[in-house]
Design a protein around this ligand. Structure first.
Ligand SMILES: C=C(O[C@H]1C=CC=C(C(=O)O)[C@@H]1O)C(=O)O
Length: 316
């Protein structure tokens, strides 16, 4: 970049790299390709990294607050028309030493199946992430997306049994994607659900592909998909309201999306910003959440967030 101007996109018609917050009404940051230097380089990852095994654990206060939030979410689901809400938290980790490149390489090494990134703007901050979730890829109106939800810790095998809670949680995301996309697409194809590994975790995933109608555009497709119930909830507006009123912190770019916008021949690849952290001086802020449905158990949901932060904390 030539300067530190903060550029935005609202129409998603420019070419560049987009970094969009969770809230659709807030500005999406753009690094326009015309102001940038595009370097394509192979990164050599050394074998001998030592990963941090004795990291700080979440505090009891983090635990109590999160369990309370999950219980409140369950009350809301049982008494109102909410079917699912993804609730989240931000965990502070003190850094004794920190090196951008080493942290990035450790993330690359840990997450073989993820979109791993490091992103910086002097007016926004330094973000890292390793997300297993594609929001969408599109090329010449042919797009792919996915329904990703349900979590269990990986122990030696992908051949695992899923409980009805996780199966339903993921099916809600699949149904939402189908309903949202049918009016603006053709040839919608949803694959069988499979188990995928991301770091130390397993998730349920169904791949989706289709053709965007000629009368629709990328902005419409993004707005239909983001935020999916994998990061927000169902019904979407009510879940958004619940999140805004009850999570006691700002998600900012966590559960937003990022990636290449309108590269050659209008190719875009956008990823949901999960398993991410923001570095601020001597602190890292790790963001994490999980989907709550009627069958959730508050303590288990807490443990799921702990498992989700483990891998990312190891690279610090
Ligand atoms: C919201 C997160 O994960 C989502 C993606 C996969 C599985 C999820 C789950 O099992 O709750 C979440 O929907 C997160 O990791 O912060």
């Amino acid at each position: 970049m030539d300067d530190n101007t903060l550029n935005f996109t609202s129409e998603f018609i420019e070419t560049g790299f987009v970094f969009a917050p969770f809230k659709s009404e807030e500005n999406a940051v753009l690094f326009p390709l015309k102001n940038a230097e595009f370097i394509n380089e192979h990164i050599l990852i050394e074998e001998d990294f030592s990963f941090n095994t004795i990291f700080e654990h979440a505090t009891n206060s983090d635990k109590e607050k999160h369990i309370h939030l999950v219980e409140k979410t369950l009350d809301e689901i049982n008494n109102n028309e909410l079917k699912k809400v993804v609730v989240s938290r931000k965990e502070e980790v003190l850094l004794s030493e920190f090196d951008v490149l080493i942290t990035f390489k450790k993330l690359l090494k840990t997450y073989a199946n993820a979109f791993v990134y490091v992103w910086f703007h002097p007016k926004v901050g330094l973000w890292f992430g390793a997300t297993p979730e594609t929001l969408l890829t599109i090329s010449d109106h042919n797009f792919t997306t996915m329904s990703l939800a349900g979590t269990q810790v990986y122990v030696d095998t992908n051949e695992v049994i899923w409980k009805s809670k996780e199966l339903e949680e993921q099916q809600l995301v699949t149904d939402f994607i189908q309903n949202q996309l049918e009016p603006i697409t053709s040839n919608l194809k949803i694959d069988k659900t499979e188990t995928v590994k991301a770091g130390n975790l397993l998730h349920l995933r169904s791949s989706v592909e289709g053709h965007l109608n000629k009368s629709s555009n990328l902005k419409e497709l993004i707005r239909k998909l983001h935020p999916t119930p994998a990061v927000c909830g169902l019904p979407r507006e009510k879940a958004t309201l619940f999140i805004n009123q009850n999570e006691n912190y700002k998600r900012t770019f966590y559960t937003g999306f990022l990636g290449e916008l309108n590269f050659e021949d209008k190719n875009s690849s956008l990823f949901v910003n999960l398993r991410c952290m923001c570095i601020d001086g001597k602190k890292a802020f790790v963001y994490v959440g999980g989907g709550i449905t009627k069958d959730s158990n508050a303590k288990k949901e807490w443990e799921e967030t702990v498992a989700k932060t483990t891998t990312i904390k190891k690279v610090l």
